[in-house]
Structures are given as structure tokens and as C-alpha cells.
Design a protein around this ligand. Structure first.
Ligand code: NAD
Length: 337
């Protein structure tokens, strides 16, 4: 009898978080892959985010921590591809509340996963790093050769994991690909992050709190475009991408003040709702990513305009008030700044 090929099994760590849960919904819809999500369900993760796929026959969920070596070994032994997205992800939290959880989850958690694939090899291991590893742009746009000058404890731990993963490619020949996404936005992002914070503040008729003078600008990537890029990495010929670092960016930067103005205009609210608060420590001034390498290696380019993506995002927050009003998404620290 001919053997029927088994569908690829993809482990997504941090699956109940913003970017990973959007990726899981996308990949289940776009491919025949099976998906296992592993998540510790910290304040940032929620099963609500996985509700659209909770009953999907190709999706299973493991409640657990990437720092739990025994559990990680067991889960990794049964998958073909790993997308390591679990992280403590909030820059301000790393500054205000200390870096300990950031170091253990972002660096040690990655090391535990990497050691697990030395014992149980996988087809490829995709590390979701971050453009924050670059620090403020020394050149525009920033390509993958830009120096790493992380400016916050969060960014430093991402740089640590990023280079640790690279070292496992060099030292052990593991099939590692590192992506450095620029700032993501879209549905299901915790309101501690700036785009959903502005949207929910505006919907609540609260002042939109801008750190410093609001000139800091970022390259804003819609989370659905991000999902397509990871799909392209899983499908690409490994020889062309193993050991590579790939920016996921749009090549366009937008300032914090511009975002506030666009949110207010789209919701028909006055610009007088903008208010300025103290500049964030460790602030990065400007980020624009080079898109050349992603286009060359993956044939991928972000397809969503900021205006179109922001409109979709606002619609989602308008239609999902219960989600963003849930107590775990309204920590005092977020709205006190
Ligand atoms: N949001 C962005 O703009 C952005 C940009 C670049 C890179 N990234 C990276 O993308 C990834 C996803 O970001 P996000 O914004 O979706 O984050 P998020 O905070 O929404 O989700 C992170 C998830 O990881 C889980 N988690 C945390 N610690 C864990 C642990 N020890 N073990 C298992 N699970 C754990 C949380 O419960 C949560 O579900 C992160 O690695 C982040 O650093 C994010």
C-alpha cells in the first residue's frame, strides 16, 4: 500500500499571544499543516485569542512553559517545524518591573528549545526576534547588517536569543532562521501596546497618551502580513535561508503622533484628545526596515497599507469590546502612563 505523507507538524510557542495566534489562524486556513501551540498563559496570553481555532481538528494546545525542559523535550520530539514566538514582549514592562522574566523566558527559554532540537532534530527552527535589537537607526532603511545596539532590557534579551540561535546554526549546523519583525499591529494586540492603546483610549473618550513629543517613528507591519512571511519561510528551500537573518518590514515609517491623529480622524474625534507624557526611558527614535532581503529570499512583501490595516484594526476593537475590557487587559500600569 502506498504510504500517505503525514502533514507537517508546526509547533508555535506563545500560541495564545497576539502575533502567534494570528499566525495559527492563518496557517490552519492556508495550509494542510497540523499546529501544536505551547503557551504558559501569562497576562499577555489568552485562550480567547485561540477561540476561532479551539475546535479545529488540526490544532492542539499544550499549557506549559518553554523554560520547562522535560515538557519541551516531549513536545519537540513530535514536530517538524518550530516557530519560537513565546516571549515577554512589553518594552516598558522590562524597564519598569525588571528584566528577570525577560531573561529567563526570552533567552533561557530559547536555549532550552535549541538544546531540545539538538536531541530531536527538526526540519527548521524559526526564531521570532525583533527589530528592537538594532536600537535607533544609524542608517535608513536598516538592513540586516545594521549594528545591534539594543536600548531596553527587552531588546537586549531579544538580541541575546537572536545571537544564541545563530550560534547553534554555526556550531551545530542546526536549521535555524531568524526573523526580525518591525512593529506589528492588528487584531488581538494587548492594549498595553501603542496602536490598541490609542484605539481603546479614543473609543473610551480618554486622552491619547503620547510619550515625549511623539516624533519617535516605527515601521508598522500588519500582523496578517507577518503571518504570510512565516508561511513563506516554512515553504522556502532551506538551503537559501538556513542561518539567515531576515527583516520583516514595510520600508515606511510612521510617527507616534501620526498614528494618534489617524486613529482620532478615523473615529471622528478631535485632535485635542492627544496629551503628552514623560518620554519613555530607552526610547528608540526611528526605525525603518529594509525589505530587500525578504523579497529576495522569500519573494515576500508586505501587502497591507497602514491606512487599510489601521481601519481593519479599529473595526476589530470596535466589534470586540468585551475582549479589550477584560480585567487582564486593563492593568493599572498601562493606563497610568
Ligand atoms: N508585537 C510586536 O510588535 C513585535 C515586534 C517584533 C517582534 N515581536 C516578537 O514576536 C513574538 C510575539 O509577540 P506578541 O506581541 O505576539 O507577544 P504577546 O505578548 O502577545 O505574546 C507572547 C505569548 O508568549 C506567552 N509566553 C510568555 N512567556 C512564556 C513562557 N515562558 N513559556 C511559554 N509561553 C510564554 C504568553 O502567554 C503570550 O501568549 C515575541 O517573541 C516578540 O518578542 C513582537
Amino acid at each position: 500500500m502506498p504510504l500517505v505523507a503525514r502533514a507537517k507538524r508546526v509547533l508555535v510557542t506563545g500560541g495564545a499571544g497576539f502575533i502567534p495566534s494570528n499566525f495559527i489562524r492563518h496557517i490552519l486556513q492556508a495550509t494542510p499543516y497540523e499546529v501544536v501551540s505551547l503557551d504558559a498563559l501569562t497576562y499577555a496570553g489568552s485562550m480567547d485569542n485561540l477561540a476561532p481555532v479551539s475546535a479545529h481538528e488540526r490544532h492542539s494546545f499544550v499549557h506549559g512553559d518553554i523554560r520547562d525542559m522535560d515538557l519541551v523535550r516531549k513536545v519537540v520530539a513530535d514536530v517538524d517545524v518550530i516557530v519560537n514566538a513565546a516571549a515577554e514582549s512589553h518594552v516598558e514592562k522590562s524597564i519598569d518591573e525588571g528584566a528577570s522574566e525577560f531573561v529567563t523566558t526570552n533567552v533561557e527559554g530559547t536555549q532550552i528549545l535549541l538544546d531540545a532540537i539538538r536531541q530531536a532534530p527538526v526540519e527548521r527552527f524559526i526564531l521570532i526576534s525583533s527589530s528592537e535589537v538594532y536600537g535607533t537607526a544609524e542608517s535608513d532603511p536598516m538592513n540586516e547588517e545594521h549594528p545591534l545596539n539594543p536600548r531596553s532590557p527587552y531588546a537586549a534579551t531579544k538580541a541575546g536569543a537572536d545571537r544564541l540561535a545563530y550560534s547553534y546554526y554555526v556550531t551545530y549546523g542546526l536549521p535555524i532562521v531568524i526573523v526580525r519583525p518591525f512593529n506589528n499591529y492588528g487584531a488581538r494586540q494587548h492594549p498595553e501596546k501603542v496602536v490598541p492603546r490609542f484605539i481603546t483610549q479614543a473609543l473610551d473618550d480618554q486622552p491619547l497618551t503620547i510619550h515625549g513629543d511623539g516624533h519617535a517613528s516605527r515601521d508598522w507591519l500588519h500582523v496578517d502580513d507577518h503571518a504570510e512571511a512565516i508561511e513563506a519561510i516554512i515553504a522556502a528551500d532551506l538551503d537559501g535561508i538556513a542561518g539567515e537573518v531576515i527583516n520583516l518590514a514595510t520600508g515606511i515609517d510612521i510617527s507616534v503622533t501620526d498614528i494618534a491623529d489617524q486613529v482620532l480622524a478615523m473615529l471622528d474625534k478631535p485632535t485635542s484628545m492627544r496629551t503628552h507624557v514623560e518620554e519613555r526611558l530607552g526610547q528608540v527614535d526611528r526605525h525603518i526596515g529594509s525589505t530587500d532581503k525578504a523579497e529576495r529570499l522569500l519573494g515576500w512583501k508586505a501587502g497591507t497599507s497602514f491606512e487599510g490595516g489601521l481601519e481593519r484594526t479599529i473595526d476589530w476593537y470596535r466589534e470586540n469590546e468585551a475582549w479589550w475590557r477584560a480585567p487582564q487587559r486593563r492593568p493599572a500600569s498601562v493606563f497610568s502612563s
